[in-house]
Design a protein around this ligand. Structure first.
Ligand code: ATP
Length: 439
């Protein structure tokens, strides 16, 4: 069978809008730059992705989850280095006023927007944190930041979690939540936005064990992406040659997006930098007493895994998007080949005709399946058109109730990927569907 991969981001953006995955924020007002809304199918896909990550992280003996607040004491960001260092160098084009990251463009070439020559301002550092005010008084004492990463909510809760959960090293804390960065050049759909969601886990370890922790988490995280259905040839490792001030080793998992290779997840050995900083700025003791090692006191090292939920979702959608039999108008179809357990709609129940007994059987089956799965009931249009629509949103199974159902007590189940149709007796449908989603 001939098959084409996603060709351009524009195709995916259009598909996502048309089929209810992702809409531009505030669209009726002309949109808000780089902000996107998850539509009915997007939110299902995202929730499935988050659930998979949460399970991989917290259904273990050594990791607890938290959900810290977005607004934190401003001193957190002073201690973490974000107030002073979380900057990108920026230049403006004096002619058309476009703004660029100076490390991303050739400053000797003409402006890529208006083509003016020698039109850039001197590079200046621009802090990416969003600021807002807390309380009714608009003075600087009320200044707070929207968190630019979820990690700091984990660091400051290290003693709370360690003590309340009676944890011994090594152990981890996982969190999923929104982060905000006033990016200079957002773009490529949901790849780089100003509001996004992160899934981060900080693994607290004994100093000196960071190399083995790095190996373990590199392996686990790589397999997690493969297990979500991403194709291995679309993934690669990137080793950081120049390291951030807090890290002693760092690797990224990159995905080949329609616009090129880009970071999807960072796996960073963050040393004891963050906890040390918070100890200094908060004046609270963040040392750990190692009962397994003569009650030695030390600040744990940290191995971090940090994946952008939206970027990961973009990778899943880009990877799943296929055009089959391209150029053959009879057979051409777009299909989102999501791993079944991640698909937004799991089962479509389709009575062949809008007829009393067919609809009655179909509704009864729908009610049973809805106890466990997100289903859709669809009676509109020909059965072929309904199949195509469900291919386009990635529904793994379509169940058709037809004329014969009344006599043979069976339905037809069509597989999204093979398009093979099987006749299954009604009392075996639940087991069949369960098996399909068990992986
Ligand atoms: P980049 O180099 O692309 O700006 P980063 O190295 O600053 O990313 P981290 O701070 O390591 O990214 O953040 C961890 C993860 O959060 C990234 O791997 C990415 O998936 C996600 N992420 C970071 N910035 C954004 C953004 N502006 N929009 C969407 N996701 C983001």
């Amino acid at each position: 069978m001939s098959e084409e991969n996603l060709k351009s981001m524009a195709d995916l953006v259009a598909h996502c809008k048309q089929r209810g995955f992702i809409f531009q924020s505030s669209e009726i007002y002309g949109g808000l730059g780089s902000c996107w809304d998850m539509g009915p199918l997007g939110v299902e896909l995202k929730n499935n992705l988050k659930a998979t990550w949460w399970k991989a992280m917290t259904f273990r003996d050594d990791i607890d989850g938290i959900d810290a607040s977005i607004l934190m004491a401003p001193m957190v960001w002073k201690a973490s280095g974000h107030v002073d260092n979380f900057t990108d160098p920026m230049v403006d084009c004096k002619s058309c006023k476009s703004r660029f990251r100076s490390d991303n463009i050739d400053l000797t070439a003409p402006c890529p927007v208006c083509k003016a020559k020698d039109s850039y301002t001197e590079p200046r550092n621009f802090n990416l944190m969003f600021k807002t005010q807390m309380g009714p008084v608009e003075d600087t004492s009320a200044l707070v930041y929207l968190r630019p990463e979820t990690a700091q909510g984990i660091f400051v809760n290290f003693p709370n979690v360690q003590q309340s959960m009676r944890r011994k090293l090594p152990f981890g804390i996982a969190q999923i939540g929104k982060a905000f960065r006033n990016e200079i050049t957002p773009g490529n759909f949901i790849f780089r936005t100003r509001e996004f969601e992160q899934m981060e886990m900080q693994y607290f370890i004994k100093p000196g064990t960071q190399a083995e922790a790095m190996e373990m988490w590199k392996d686990l995280r790589w397999k997690w992406h493969l297990n979500n259905g991403l194709r291995a040839e679309k993934l690669q490792w990137k080793k950081h040659e120049s390291l951030a001030h807090y890290a002693d080793a760092a690797f990224d998992i990159e995905y080949e997006f329609a616009h090129g290779w880009g970071e999807m997840e960072g796996i960073h050995s963050r040393t004891d930098f963050d906890l040390k900083q918070h100890e200094e700025y908060s004046k609270k003791n963040l040392h750990y007493t190692d009962q397994m090692d003569g009650n030695k006191k030390y600040i744990p090292f940290v191995l971090e895994t940090s994946v952008g939920c939206d970027r990961c979702m973009l990778a899943l959608m880009s990877d799943a998007y296929r055009t089959e039999f391209p150029g053959d108008p009879e057979k051409e179809r777009t299909v989102m080949k999501f791993k079944p357990s991640l698909a937004p709609i799991k089962v479509a129940v389709l009575p062949l005709m809008k007829k009393g007994d067919m609809e009655e059987t179909a509704t009864k089956l729908l009610r049973e399946l809805q106890k466990d799965y997100k289903c859709e009931y669809d009676t509109a249009g020909s059965i072929g058109k309904r199949y195509r629509r469900h291919d386009e949103i990635g529904t793994p199974a379509c169940i058709t109730v037809d004329f014969d159902t009344a006599t043979d007590n069976a339905v037809t189940i069509r597989d999204r990927d093979t398009m093979v149709q099987e006749r299954i007796s009604l009392d075996k449908v639940q087991a069949y569907i369960k098996e399909k989603f068990s992986l």
